[in-house]
Design a binder for this molecule. Structure first.
Ligand code: TYD
Length: 201
């Protein structure tokens, strides 16, 4: 994009669990590699120390809301400084599977104000050139991740995911956001993403 501060290309994939973000992130990475571009494919939470604590909490028990939010911010600060900014400055294509919009959605669903989360992140985290928001009905997403949503715990999960989806969709008017239905075939979705990239030029 012409008004970016960097010479690289910064692409982010977001969406609730079960939308196929990691599959499409890999496909995009292959697409740009085939064009001869240097690609950095990464994800959040990262494999760094804060990201590891967050991933461990998925099995060991969820962190308190404040602490969880703090860890996501620390993880992202390291990611931005150590990987994202340097790669963009070198003209690489950076593709992220989740970024601070996931914090708006998931920690927002946990009770924090999504706009305040956005503000705190944008103090240090650059906006992507393009954000692909892979969107799908919550019941289809739950089916895909093998959860039918018919126990009390799963009702809660369904409710939380619905709040996440709503927060993600609240971003749809932003100029850098492209909402793509994740309900179709993989190839169809991949084509739509490439069309969006071509329209940027
Ligand atoms: P996910 O990409 O689903 O990891 P995996 O590939 O291991 O399944 O991300 C893990 C979870 O972290 C996911 O449920 C969303 C959550 N998350 C947040 O709550 N806040 C954030 O800022 C990020 C980046 C992720």
């Amino acid at each position: 994009m012409t008004d970016s501060e960097h010479s690289g290309l910064f692409l982010v994939l977001e969406g609730i669990d079960g939308t196929g973000k990691s599959t499409h992130a890999k496909r995009l990475a292959s697409y740009f590699s085939a064009l001869g571009r240097e690609v950095v494919l990464s994800r959040e939470p990262t494999d760094g120390p804060w990201g590891k604590k967050l991933r461990d909490s998925a099995t060991l028990g969820r962190l308190e809301p404040e602490q969880e939010l703090e860890y996501f911010l620390r993880d992202r600060k390291e990611h931005v400084e150590q990987l994202i900014k340097p790669a963009l400055a070198e003209g690489k294509v950076v593709i992220l599977d989740r970024y601070y919009f996931s914090t708006m959605a998931y920690q927002g669903a946990r009770g924090f104000d999504p706009q305040e989360i956005r503000r705190r992140n944008e103090e240090f985290a650059p906006q992507p050139d393009l954000l692909f928001l892979l969107d799908i009905d919550v019941d289809i997403a739950l089916e895909r991740i093998g959860s039918r949503g018919d126990t009390a715990n799963q009702f809660e999960k369904r409710d939380a995911l619905q709040r996440c989806r709503d927060i993600f969709l609240s971003l749809k008017e932003e100029p850098f956001v492209r909402v793509i239905s994740a309900a179709g075939a993989l190839d169809e979705i991949a084509h739509k993403m490439i069309d969006c990239l071509n329209d940027m030029k």
